[in-house]
Design a protein around this ligand. Structure first.
Ligand SMILES: Cc1ncc(COP(=O)(O)O)c(C=O)c1O
Length: 360
């Protein structure tokens, strides 16, 4: 077996211990004589899997009792629609546009009401987070929306916006469980799990109870009504059992590692190795304003397309894979999620150093 260092933005690297445990349990989960993929989602065994997963994420994020944790399908993109459908009572919301994902979420919201762009960093290719301390948020806006970590551009909100008393909705897909958060600061936190938490096809939405309403418009599909999902413990229909099980294993792994405080420490250490190198390199440059840099997604470039391509090809040959930047940015991007070991980042930097020497 030969594992590579996988810098994919998502689906992405998972902890090796978790993959090994899932492999060991594939034919016989916990003495059941069958895989988790083969059993009823209404079985006692699966009930324990989902209940334990919920308790573990509650422990990890310190989620208060007045928030529901929903395990949903359709990925983060489906929540782009579910958010306005469930929250737009005044049919008005404020969007802070810091990249493609926030833009897509806003476009979706426009189908259901007025989605107003109150700040944007589009003027500089989303390479920074705009000042959100005093935005013109309409009084009657139902919520303020952010994408907290911008997977494509490598920026992160280090300080949450001043919502002026409005509910904050945050897409945390690419920074989920990477550091402690204060759940009380949010009305809704949601993330596709395929970056930092588990396999694709599951989105976890953490929603303050009073925002889970019955009086949503009639056109809202039953499945997209949060109340349906909350009333049925995320089991209104057959859920993504496999992904819930895998996330549960990752939650246990995170607890064993020391929880989110320890993850933040490790993620800061890993990111510093890469950013320090980028700040001192003459060939490679980071693309993001220093104070807004993400700990999870690190885009970088050289000044030549040919050199970028050569770097990606040689890195791949050296077991450092999925470093190609997003098609809308070009260059390179290293995603260094929780499960990327420090040695992986160090190996990448060592390789960048030798590549720079050989090609200068
Ligand atoms: C920040 C962010 N939001 C949303 C999405 C879309 O997620 P999904 O593919 O689960 O719909 C992605 C990436 O895929 C993302 O990085």
């Amino acid at each position: 077996m030969s594992r590579v260092y996988n810098f994919s933005a998502g689906p992405a690297v998972l902890p090796e211990e978790v993959l090994k445990q899932a492999a060991a349990e594939m034919l016989d989960y916990n003495g059941c004589g069958m895989s988790i993929n083969e059993m009823s989602h209404r079985s006692k065994t699966f009930d324990q899997v989902i209940q334990t997963a919920e308790q573990d994420i509650r422990d990890l994020m310190n989620i208060p009792d007045n928030y529901k944790v929903l395990f949903l399908q359709g990925g983060a993109s489906q929540q782009f629609a579910a958010v306005p459908m469930n929250l737009m009572q005044n049919k008005k919301a404020a969007y802070i546009v810091t990249g493609q994902w926030a833009k897509k979420a806003m476009a979706e919201a426009k189908k259901y009401g007025e989605a107003i762009e109150v700040a944007s960093s589009a003027d500089k290719t989303f390479s920074y987070i705009p000042d959100c301390s005093d935005l013109a948020i309409p009084e009657d806006a139902d919520y303020v929306y952010i994408c907290e970590n911008n997977t494509i551009y490598g920026t992160k909100f280090k300080k949450l916006p001043n919502t002026k008393g409005h509910i904050l909705v945050s897409d945390v897909s690419s920074c989920f469980l990477s550091e402690p958060v204060n759940v009380n600061d949010y009305g809704v936190i949601y993330g596709g799990v395929q970056k930092n938490v588990g396999p694709a096809g599951l989105v976890i939405s953490i929603i303050r109870e009073d925002l889970i309403r019955d009086d949503v418009p009639d056109f809202v599909p039953t499945m997209l009504k949060w109340k349906t999902q909350a009333d049925n413990g995320s089991l209104y229909n057959t859920p993504n059992c496999w992904a819930i099980y895998m996330c549960g294993l990752v939650f246990k792994w995170l607890k064993e590692q020391g929880g989110l405080t320890e993850m933040k420490k490790r993620n800061e250490e890993k990111a510093a190795i890469l950013y320090d190198f980028l700040d001192n390199s003459k060939m490679f440059k980071g693309t993001v304003r220093a104070e807004d840099r993400s700990l999870m997604n690190v885009p970088f470039i050289t000044d030549s397309e040919d050199l970028n391509a050569k770097f990606i090809a040689e890195a791949t040959a050296n077991g450092l894979v999925s470093l190609k930047g997003h098609r809308s940015v070009g260059g390179m991007r290293a995603s260094i999620y929780n499960a990327m070991p420090k040695e992986g980042v160090q190996k990448l930097v060592d390789f960048m150093e030798s590549f720079e020497k050989a090609n200068s």
